[in-house]
Design a protein around this ligand. Structure first.
Ligand SMILES: [Zn+2]
Ligand SMILES: [Zn+2]
Length: 199
C-alpha cells in the first residue's frame, strides 16, 4: 500500500463470509459516487465476538467499534460489509449503521437477498442494494443526515422495498455536500478532518 495515500481512501472490510463480487461492486460504486478511492481489504473481521445468543443476531455497535479502531491508521473511512444479521438494542434489526462524521460504518447484506423474503434470488439486485446501502452509510460518516428527497440515496429506509425506491442516486444537494467534505479530506494530507456541516 502506498502510505502517502493512506489518509484518502475507503477500505471495505468483509465481516464474515462476503463474496469478492459483492465487495468489488460496492468498492466500485463508492469510488464512483463519493469520489474517494475505495479498495477491498484482504483482511476480514470475524463477527463471532459480537453474537448475541438470545437474539441470534450480531451487535452492530460492537462491530462498528471494532471497525472504527481500524480507521485510525489505515484509511480515512472503513466500511464493514457483513453477511450476518445486525441489531441495535432498541431495534429489531438494522441494514447498517454509521458514526456521523466519523471513521466507520457497517452494512449487512443479510436482508438484501431476495431469498430472505422467500423470493427467487437476484444477485444483481442484491449487489445494487449493497452498493446503495454502502454509499448511504458512508454518507453519514461524511456528516450527511437523512434526506427528504424520495429517490435520494440518503433517504431513510426501513425495508428493501424502500431501498429499491431510493435507488435514484444522490440528489443534487447531497452530492454537493459530499463533494465539499471529500474535497476537504483530499486537501489535508495528515489526519482526516472528521468535519460535519450538519451537526
Ligand atoms: Zn441512514
Ligand atoms: Zn439527498
Amino acid at each position: 500500500m502506498d502510505r502517502g495515500f493512506a489518509s484518502s481512501f475507503v477500505s471495505v472490510v468483509p465481516v464474515g463470509d462476503v463474496s469478492q463480487e459483492i465487495c468489488g461492486t460496492v468498492a466500485q460504486e463508492v469510488t464512483g459516487t463519493i469520489g474517494l478511492v475505495c479498495t477491498v481489504s484482504p483482511e476480514t473481521l470475524d463477527p463471532r465476538f459480537s453474537f448475541d445468543s438470545k437474539r441470534k443476531q450480531y451487535s452492530s455497535p460492537a462491530l462498528l467499534e471494532s471497525l472504527r479502531m481500524r480507521s485510525v491508521e489505515r484509511a480515512v473511512r472503513v466500511l464493514g460489509l457483513a453477511d450476518v444479521d445486525l441489531f441495535m438494542p432498541v431495534l429489531t434489526f438494522v441494514f447498517g449503521e454509521a458514526i456521523l462524521g466519523g471513521g466507520a460504518a457497517i452494512v449487512s447484506i443479510r436482508r438484501l437477498w431476495q431469498s430472505f423474503y422467500g423470493l427467487p434470488e437476484n444477485p444483481a439486485l442484491t449487489r445494487a442494494r449493497a452498493a446503495r446501502e454502502a454509499v448511504h452509510e458512508l454518507g453519514h460518516t461524511l456528516g450527511l443526515i437523512h434526506c427528504p428527497y424520495y429517490s435520494c440515496t440518503m433517504r431513510s429506509t426501513r425495508s428493501v422495498e424502500e431501498i429499491d425506491l431510493a435507488s435514484g442516486g444522490l440528489c443534487g444537494p447531497c452530492r454537493r455536500q459530499i463533494a465539499i467534505v471529500v474535497g476537504g479530506l483530499l486537501g489535508s494530507d495528515q489526519e482526516p478532518a472528521h468535519r460535519s456541516s450538519t451537526q
